[in-house]
Design a protein around this ligand. Structure first.
Ligand SMILES: NC(=O)c1ccc[n+]([C@@H]2O[C@H](COP(=O)([O-])OP(=O)(O)OC[C@H]3O[C@@H](n4cnc5c(N)ncnc54)[C@H](OP(=O)(O)O)[C@@H]3O)[C@@H](O)[C@H]2O)c1
Length: 331
């Protein structure tokens, strides 16, 4: 099979290669999925750069999610039920950018025809994280403000639409003025550009000086520090990304006097803690919200697997306006 591989860490545009490898065989409880398409997510880039929470053994196969068709089972009832189905795939050990990916039959979810291959390829990482953070971990009540950084990301836009669907209001921070304008059109309640002055002043002005009770933060550095500073009494912030690679500064006096909580959120750790019934309910809800367009991702471009270097150059550009996908094999 053709597989995208890295045998050293570094800039993804430099270190990724396409190798010919033997077709992998599934063991009992596993399935072999012929991959159709997969997105390039920030977590994939961090893994290739060697900056992610998990550091793989090299050479390694990148790609944590995608869509494909179950072609072979290693045995077991669930695998047999999935045979021939078009499924969304999540693979904690990577490999979704390869022609064939081996995963546990529990880690594939059949996709309805209403969900396109492109959207199905992005079923797990962003939609499930968005729903898990705002509906479960924070459970933002209707009418409350939720403050978020990098609000123009695929996940950030899903959060705006979740706010419209479930009745909470979003305060959206981005680094470019034109993106703040785009998010206003999308339905963001308050849209703030870092180019228009300090985030803290703009958030205080939007909240009558109160600050917010709920925030999600994925940039770090001065942006992340400002988001944390915007918390009001008993305010809680989930830190879920490290786009700038810079640490966050926290004022201990603010945390102590206001009883603020800052906690990490990682889907890979959160999802396995949910029982099977909650997980199945969550998957059903995410499929419904995807069909309704609430959890849709804009797509900037898709590249054939062989053009992975070009795809990496594109994904590293600012203001690219949507996700970049890899087309692995034809349907
Ligand atoms: N913890 C978890 O379990 C989990 C799960 C899913 C996603 N995530 C995280 O969620 C975040 C968003 O992911 P995504 O796939 O939705 O992203 P995406 O669609 O690829 O978009 C990235 C966005 O981040 C902005 N950005 C990049 N670097 C920035 C910086 N230094 N300062 C400010 N903005 C910056 C870009 O702005 P421009 O348009 O201006 O370039 C773009 O809007 C990532 O940090 C990802 O790792 C975490």
């Amino acid at each position: 099979m053709k597989a995208i591989v890295f045998d050293r860490h570094g800039d993804p545009a430099d270190v990724l290669q396409v190798w010919d490898m033997p077709e992998p065989e599934p063991s009992f409880g596993q399935v072999r999925v012929r991959m159709l398409a997969a997105p390039i997510n920030p977590s994939d880039l961090l893994t290739i750069e060697g900056r992610y929470s998990k550091v793989p053994q090299l050479p390694a196969l990148p790609g944590y999610e995608g869509v494909g068709v179950v072609e072979k089972t290693g045995g077991g009832l669930l695998g047999r039920l999935r045979l021939g189905k078009r499924v969304a795939v999540i693979s904690a050990h990577g490999g979704t950018w390869s022609e064939f990916c081996i995963v546990s039959a529990k880690h594939v979810v059949p996709m309805p025809e209403e969900i396109s291959d492109e959207q199905a390829a992005m079923f797990f990482v962003n939609p499930i994280t968005a729903v898990a953070m705002v509906r479960s971990a924070l459970a933002v009540p209707p009418g409350e403000f939720l403050l978020q950084s990098a609000a123009g990301s695929a996940l950030g836009q899903m959060v705006i639409r979740l706010g419209q669907t479930f009745g909470f209001r979003t305060i959206n921070v981005v680094r470019r003025r034109e993106q703040a304008e785009q998010l206003r059109h999308l339905g963001g309640d308050v849209c703030i550009s870092e180019a228009d002055g300090p985030i803290v002043d703009q958030v205080r002005a939007a909240t009558n000086g109160q600050g917010v009770r709920f925030a999600i933060e994925c940039v770090g550095g001065s942006t992340g520090s400002a988001i944390v500073q915007c918390l009001g009494p008993r305010g809680r912030c989930l830190v879920y990304g490290l786009l700038s690679g810079e640490p966050i500064q926290v004022d201990p006096r603010q945390m102590i006097s206001q009883g603020n909580i800052i906690e990490g959120f990682w889907l890979a750790a959160w999802l396995p803690r949910q029982g099977i019934l909650r997980t199945l309910r969550l998957f059903r809800q995410v499929k419904k919200l995807m069909c309704a367009g609430v959890l849709r991702s804009d797509i900037a471009a898709s590249y054939p697997q062989a053009d992975v270097t070009q795809a990496m150059r594109h994904v590293q550009q600012s203001a690219r306006g949507g996700k970049i996908l890899l087309r692995i094999s034809p349907r």
